[in-house]
Design a protein around this ligand. Structure first.
Ligand SMILES: C[S@@+](CC[C@H](N)C(=O)[O-])C[C@H]1O[C@@H](n2cnc3c(N)ncnc32)[C@H](O)[C@@H]1O
Length: 304
């Protein structure tokens, strides 16, 4: 794409209470590599695009979100946006400078590769660092759904370190790396996005985990063998569409499925959907915006 095309920056400022849902809606509308920062009142996001139609999709997503939140909260949320146009930008690399280290779990920190190790904030002792090359793949560690899932996953693997793990929608690879650091011998991962495959492979190598990760493009049903733990942090509709495939990948009786990326207000709908397909809910976590479900399979499949 030529650099003389206008580059649009959509600058969005929100109050704290609605910042996470705003960033998710921008991601869902296709805003890759969102620049995120704090303001005194909440958060500031910058989404870049060279495509006027895409810019319109971002703006529509914000308009819809404002309407939705107004109904839910009974007041107008602060979600302000403005568009800047720049023909000379070096945006493809520039945004990466703004990605900061983040504590993913109590024991694992994510550090972008451009930040010096000793420039990290004062993390608690005994933390392990995952280094990432920021990319347009989802998963810089800042998103509440990744953190919620990482914590649950880490706990499980620490209790059952021999588990076989399938990471569905691995993005930049963070959840796979958490499983490996917590003790899983290896991880399989499947994605639909080639950008994620490149990013996760690069990140695996950066962390010396390349040989323990098998990342591929495809679908959960491509795997013939079952897994002790299947994790999928995607979105409610995709999780429901994939429910049969995800439940079928579990080791009968003992296998566990963690599904996340579910807006909290839809958790009952997703749980009922899985329940109707033989999923037995074993745990749920519902935060202010996001929820996670843990499920087992009711019964092993009986061969005729
Ligand atoms: C919310 S991101 C999560 C990334 C990472 N697992 C994390 O927790 O940070 C969801 C990812 O799922 C991928 N995805 C979407 N639909 C999918 C599908 N049907 N099968 C596999 N991956 C999918 C997207 O490309 C995206 O990278």
């Amino acid at each position: 794409m030529s650099d003389t095309r206008p580059l649009f920056s959509l600058v969005v400022e929100t109050e704290r209470a609605v910042s996470e849902i705003t960033s998710l809606r921008l991601f869902e509308a296709g805003a890759a590599g969102l620049e995120e920062g704090d303001t005194t009142e909440g958060a500031r996001f910058v989404a870049y695009t060279e495509d006027a139609d895409e810019l319109e999709r971002f703006r529509t997503a914000l308009t819809e979100l404002r309407g939705e939140l107004e109904q839910r909260l009974g007041r107008q949320p602060k979600i302000e946006s403005r568009v800047l146009t720049d023909r000379q930008s070096t945006w493809r690399t520039e945004w990466k400078r703004y990605v900061r280290p983040v504590a993913l779990t109590e024991r694992i920190v994510v550090r972008p590769v451009h930040i010096e190790a000793d420039a990290e904030p004062d993390w608690p002792r005994n933390t392990t660092t995952i280094v990432i090359e920021p990319s347009f793949a989802f998963g810089l560690g800042h998103h509440a759904t990744t953190r919620m899932t990482a914590r649950r996953l880490e706990g499980w693997i620490e209790r059952a370190p021999d588990s076989t793990v399938l990471d569905v929608g691995f993005g930049s690879g963070l959840l796979s790396f958490v499983a490996l650091i917590a003790g899983a011998p290896s991880v399989d991962g499947v994605e639909v996005d080639p950008v994620a495959l490149d990013a996760a492979s690069t990140n695996a190598d950066l962390n010396g985990l390349g040989e323990r990760c098998r990342f591929s493009i495809g679908a959960p049903e491509d795997f013939a063998r079952p897994f002790d733990l299947v994790v999928a942090n995607i979105d409610a509709d995709t999780l429901m569409r994939l429910s049969g495939q995800l439940l079928d990948r579990l080791v009968p009786k003992s296998g566990l499925l963690i599904v996340a990326g579910i807006p909290s207000e839809r958790v009952d709908e997703v749980a009922a959907h899985y329940g109707a397909r033989g999923g037995r809910e074993t745990h749920r976590e519902v935060g202010p915006d996001w929820a996670l479900l843990e499920l087992a399979r009711h019964q092993p499949k009986v061969c005729p």
